[in-house]
Design a protein around this ligand. Structure first.
Ligand code: TXA
Ligand code: MG
Length: 315
């Protein structure tokens, strides 16, 4: 237990203090364009172990290393033409690339959970970029929520889930994209490992090829294999047109509902609102029904998260 989790503002002083804490092997949650990340020095095994501990995360589920630039990424992974194409098109931004680890990488094996590959991402959010520049090293950062629960898109969400377990929160308001990064595996054939903030269609256009879709049950541990995830306390029912019983309705488009992801039916707006809406409806303590969401562009990633929120729980 850490007696006080510091609230740091995203100004030069706050960024410098956050970078100092990371250098000391401590954990700092920070704003990114997707969701808040729980950062620790990716080269420091103890710091990375603390990330797993704070989240209660199963140790087989590997972490993303956040870096400041393509040049920084290339120090840790074997680069490729596909990586170059996708980095040119979408970095900095909500895309994570999984590539073979490079010799002499120096990344803690706890980050990759023993895999021969590393997930790397260059975020576009100014606070994340400033922190990475000030720290000048790779930052391992999963989403800053207790494992299996709803991802955080505000500093308040982080504090509610991890307050007292981490050293500081670098607050920079709500996250703009609101969904985690899209993860593309490039260690073999280009493969979609997780839908997210960049639409699959845009990635396929940039690569001029179709992506393989990661099959649940493949040996690699990717988020798609954790069936129940992003889970509120109450049950979630999808593709609901009308409320039943005690339910609250999370709407999409012009529907009569308790909270609307986007009245105009805009998928980008709905993605940005998704996790905050689930956090807020969760507080009502009532079961949650959700309107149908179209399954293209960011809708595919929204539906992915909603299916997991609705999946049967282990306990
Ligand atoms: O937007 C994001 O990606 C956020 C922000 C903080 O950057 N991070 C995030 O991290 O969503 P996390 O840990 O919640 O999800 C990363 C997923 C993990 O579930 C893991 O299965 C997958 O990435 N992953 C990490 N390394 C991998 C690897 N080498 N091969 C396959 N999947 C990997
Ligand atoms: Mg997560």
């Amino acid at each position: 237990m850490i007696p006080t989790t510091l609230d740091l503002t995203a100004d030069p002083d706050g960024i410098a203090r956050a970078a100092d804490l990371l250098r000391q092997g401590l954990l700092v949650a920070f704003a990114t364009e997707t969701v808040y990340g729980l950062g620790g020095d990716a080269r420091n095994g103890e710091a990375v172990a603390e990330i797993y501990e704070a989240k209660g995360r199963p140790s087989f589920n590997p972490l993303i290393a956040h870096v400041a630039s393509v040049e920084a990424a290339r120090r840790f992974v074997d680069w490729s033409d596909h990586a170059e194409t996708l980095a040119n098109a979408f970095w900095p931004g909500p895309l994570t690339l999984v590539l073979p680890l490079r010799d002499g990488h120096g990344i803690s094996p706890l980050v990759t959970a023993g895999l021969e590959t590393l997930a790397v991402r260059v975020p576009v959010h100014q606070t994340a970029r400033d922190l990475l520049a000030a720290f000048d090293g790779p930052v391992a950062a999963p989403s800053a929520n207790p494992s299996g629960q709803i991802s955080p898109t505000t500093a308040d969400h982080v504090r509610a889930g991890l307050g007292g377990r981490i050293s500081a929160i670098l607050d920079d308001g709500p996250c703009g994209v609101g969904l985690e990064s899209t993860i593309v595996g490039l260690a073999g054939e280009p493969t979609l490992l997780r839908p997210g903030g960049i639409a699959l269609e845009d990635i396929e256009t940039a690569l001029n090829t179709r992506l393989h879709l990661h099959q649940v049950g493949d040996h690699l541990t990717a988020p798609g294999q954790l069936q129940s995830h992003y889970a509120p306390d109450a049950p979630v029912r999808l593709n609901a047109v009308l409320k039943q019983g005690e339910e609250v309705l999370l709407g999409f488009g012009p529907v009569d509902c308790d909270l609307n992801l986007s009245e105009s039916g805009n998928l980008i707006e709905a993605a940005a609102n998704l996790f905050a809406a689930l956090h807020s409806l969760n507080e009502t303590g009532r079961p949650i029904a959700v309107s149908p969401i179209p399954d293209h562009e960011l809708g595919a990633a929204i539906n992915d998260r909603l299916r997991r929120a609705a999946a049967p729980r282990d306990s």
